[in-house]
Design a protein around this ligand. Structure first.
Ligand code: ATR
Length: 285
């Protein structure tokens, strides 16, 4: 790729950042669309995060993605934060505006729901309760997305129940009374599946090198969609077990790919798509 002096610049701020797939992902789109631009890995220590962001603004960058451990710091730093990002409590996308101000967004909820819609066309969360395992940052984005899609009941379960209660309390604010969040004990996860239309694992269980997710799917209706945020491996034991009993499944790689689209559009001016070719290119690492 050859750049001109007018090349548009963006990147991902993280610490460490070496594991990030975002440069490969955005690089694919830049190449595909023959855009005069670059997307770089930007290693910034936590104590240097703010000055690193200011430097990018001064250098004329269009914006940046923000990953672990900077997502909360990015929320505090942005001059304007989109309401969804504030609700989730984290910013993963920064857009630097012409006047030098910084807009903070969260595109994880978008990535989550777009992935389900692409993987299972016609999917809507509005028809049945959803079961969400976990209460970390990913769970917050998933819960917000389900609320916005009109899910009637979100059953939240986490090993540390207090964390789930906190997420439920914070996200229940500003919400339509038609969408409620119920907190269940982690030990009740098998029973929580009864009557559900969606099961999502947002914990690290089942990830390569992590303990397995132990759950009995017997009570889950056969037409319920099962999704795992974990994408290494692509087909987790949860997805394999769900598929074996006939449930539709959607893997987690698509959430990573779809969450990147709005940022790319804001910085480089074109809304990119998630294709099989892209999935293969980013997933094969
Ligand atoms: P993220 O922000 O990426 O979602 P996180 O905040 O580290 O990641 O959350 C990881 C999730 O996996 C949490 O819900 C965590 O449960 P706790 O809140 O109880 O820590 C869950 N998790 C990790 N290891 C687990 C285990 N062995 N059993 C059950 N849940 C586990």
């Amino acid at each position: 790729m050859i750049l001109t002096g007018k090349a548009k610049l963006a990147g991902v701020l993280g610490w460490p950042v070496g594991h990030s797939r975002s440069p490969r992902l955005h690089g694919f789109w830049l190449e595909q669309k023959k855009i005069d631009g670059a997307y770089l890995p930007l290693a910034a220590r936590p104590q240097d995060f703010e000055s690193a962001v200011r430097s990018l603004v001064h250098l004329g960058f269009k914006g940046a993605n923000v990953t672990v451990p900077h997502k909360e710091a990015a929320l505090r730093l942005a001059d304007e934060v989109e309401p969804l990002a504030r609700r989730i409590g984290a910013v993963n996308t920064l857009v630097f505006r012409e006047d030098g101000s910084i807009l903070g967004r969260n595109t994880d909820a978008f990535g989550f729901i777009e992935n389900l819609r692409q993987g299972h066309p016609g999917f809507t969360a509005a028809k049945a309760p959803a079961v969400v395992l976990g209460a970390g940052g990913a769970a917050r984005a998933v819960v917000a997305a389900l609320q916005d899609d009109g899910c009637p009941e979100i059953r939240l379960l986490n090993r540390t129940r207090a964390r789930a209660a906190e997420v439920a309390e914070e996200l229940a604010q500003n919400q339509l009374p038609t969408s409620k969040i119920t907190v269940w004990d982690w030990s009740d996860r098998d029973a929580a599946l009864a009557g559900a239309g969606l099961l999502v694992n947002t914990t690290t269980l089942g990830m390569t090198g992590q303990p397995p997710l132990e759950i009995n799917l017997e009570a889950l209706p056969k037409d319920a969609l099962v999704n795992d945020i974990v994408y290494a491996p692509l087909m987790t034991d949860l997805l394999l077990a769900a598929k074996a009993r006939g449930n539709p499944v959607v893997d987690g790689l698509g959430m990573l790919l779809h969450q990147a689209r709005p940022g790319f559009a804001a910085w480089f001016g074109v809304m990119p798509e998630v294709t099989d070719e892209l999935r293969k290119f980013v997933g094969e690492l």
